[in-house]
Design a protein around this ligand. Structure first.
Ligand code: BG6
Length: 498
């Protein structure tokens, strides 16, 4: 047996998984922002690190007539601008040689027939990943178009020997439970649920994945991870940026639909879930769904008391320069009441966490960009220190910093040398000590989709349960007697949760 305290012991789970074979990656919306900023830079880094089999092909579709050489040049610019690692001409050349452009209108069958023909042609791996980097109203039509061209998988049995066909779907996935359900049914008409990979890019972040490792690969945290020791859990996803040029989408969505329904609820699930029976996708996703089912169906009045919505007004940045208010942003309706900040205090009503408040906050145009989960533990009982020090005795807390400065720290109380004083200190772990740059979420997610691992993707029932909660919140906020969003100046600290 090796020494229990030995540092650097490593157990590599990735090496246990079979390496994926080459695939054809078809990006619908291949000229769009997502392809340029995230998908192509991620493919480039995967190839560079030997995680994208070299015989893979990338087929990008777009509406415009483009010269393939110019198209690849455009992607090269994007990759050099957005890749977390600098562009190595040789590695880029290897990827560029595998990228093709296909012009086509997604509303006409021709483009899907052309994709089918490409997949059947020599030099194109028949296994395919279809990435829907398109507007949400096109998710259903593209899936249907693919199925009509014989590329769907609905009705296929598990273990079918044919080439795999997987569909990656971006967010937003619906705008309420009903539309999400309709979209689920529509996609499942063309693809089997096991072949549908719904993205929540937060799950691809290293620090978010670390939550499961931290909780279940250690024995020191889990015994404390319950209502007996945890007093409160706070989850913040705060942004400095306003809505920028996204007014057209954002004004119809708001912070609850844009962030709470997906990223914050996913963080909540990973924090509150029970240990899964295994590390397979269904065991993990089953536990997340149990958390969602354990959130009480609060009535509207109760939800209003437990929540706060805000909208940023004009403000100033730290240098005193003026910042626009939400209502001055482009493509925002006059007098819009869309929230750019949302806070919600809820409970997970099960044996582990009943009575422990989980406080979720998210917002734009704040004075900081920080995403973190803070688990606050109860103070020690009795009068030893607590009696004398009262609230000057710090509480133990575990902070998981998702971004920036990825890492975690544990606060605890220690004696001040030379004095009978107690002071709060922290044990820190920073990911920056381990790696100069962490893989981008999209790298992990694409690698997992290629490997057929759907653990970090959202299952149909998960998205529907998450929408049920947000639907109730929206209803509570839209009631005639509901107060309007509070106004906070752009660049100010986040409002306190109720
Ligand atoms: C997206 C939201 O899903 O996540 C954006 O639509 C938000 O509004 C973004 O800005 C935040 O992602 P990240 O990775 O920058 O924290």
């Amino acid at each position: 047996m090796r020494a229990a305290f030995e540092l650097g012991l490593r157990c590599d789970l990735d090496s246990e998984r079979p390496s994926p074979g080459p695939a054809s990656i078809v990006v619908f919306g291949g000229t769009g922002d997502l392809a340029r900023r995230k998908i192509v830079p991620a493919l480039y880094n995967l190839l560079r690190e030997g995680r994208l089999p070299p015989e893979s092909r990338v087929l990008c579709t777009g509406r415009r007539k483009l010269d393939p050489v110019e198209f690849r040049e455009g992607l090269r610019d994007a990759a050099s601008r957005y890749s977390r690692t600098g562009l190595e001409p040789d590695a880029w050349g290897r990827l560029a040689a595998r990228i093709d452009y296909l012009e086509g209108d997604l509303d006409a069958p021709g483009v899907y027939d052309a994709v089918a023909a490409a997949l059947a042609s020599p030099g194109h791996p028949p296994d395919a990943l279809f990435y829907l980097a398109v507007a949400p109203e096109q998710f259903g039509p593209v899936a249907r178009g693919l199925a009509a061209a014989g590329l769907g998988t609905a009705g296929r049995r598990p273990g079918d020997p044919g080439p795999y066909r997987r569909l990656i779907v971006e967010k937003p996935f619906g705008r309420d439970r009903e539309s999400a359900r309709a979209l689920n049914l529509e996609l499942q008409d063309s693809f089997a649920e096991r072949d549908i990979f719904r993205i929540d890019h937060y799950l691809g972040k290293e620090t978010v994945q670390n939550l499961l490792y931290l909780r279940f690969a250690n024995s020191v945290f889990e015994p404390l991870w319950n209502r007996r020791y945890v007093e409160r859990v706070e989850i913040d996803v705060l942004e400095e940026e306003g809505i920028g040029t996204r007014g057209g989408y954002y004004d119809g969505a708001g912070a609850a639909r844009d962030m709470l329904q997906n990223h914050l609820i996913q963080l909540l699930c990973l924090t509150a879930m029970e240990p899964p029976a295994g590390l397979d996708p269904e065991s993990i996703r089953d536990e997340k769904v149990k958390v969602l089912k354990s959130i009480p169906p609060y009535p509207a009045g109760e939800l209003r008391r437990r929540s706060l919505r805000g909208q940023y007004g004009p403000g100033t940045d730290p240098a005193g320069r003026p910042l626009r208010g939400y209502l001055q942003e482009d493509r925002v309706r006059t007098g819009s009441r869309t929230e750019t900040f949302a806070a919600l205090r809820l409970e997970v009503d099960n044996w582990r966490f009943a009575g422990v408040p989980f406080v979720l906050r998210t917002g734009k145009a704040l004075d900081r960009r920080v995403s973190e989960i803070r688990v606050l533990f109860r103070r020690p009982p009795g009068g030893l220190f607590q009696g004398t020090c009262g609230d000057r005795l710090g509480a133990n807390g575990l902070t998981l910093r998702i971004q920036p400065d990825e890492g975690l720290w544990l606060t605890f109380n220690a004696k001040v040398p030379g004095r009978a004083s107690v002071e709060s200190e922290a044990l820190r772990f920073s990911y920056r000590q381990k790696a100069a740059s962490l893989p981008e979420a999209y790298e992990r997610l694409l690698a997992d989709a290629l490997a057929g691992d759907s653990t970090l993707f959202i299952r149909s029932d998960e998205t529907e349960y998450a929408w049920s909660l947000v639907d109730r919140l929206e209803e509570a906020w839209e009631a005639p007697d509901a107060p309007p969003p509070i106004l906070y100046p752009a660049g100010s600290p986040p409002p306190a949760a109720p």
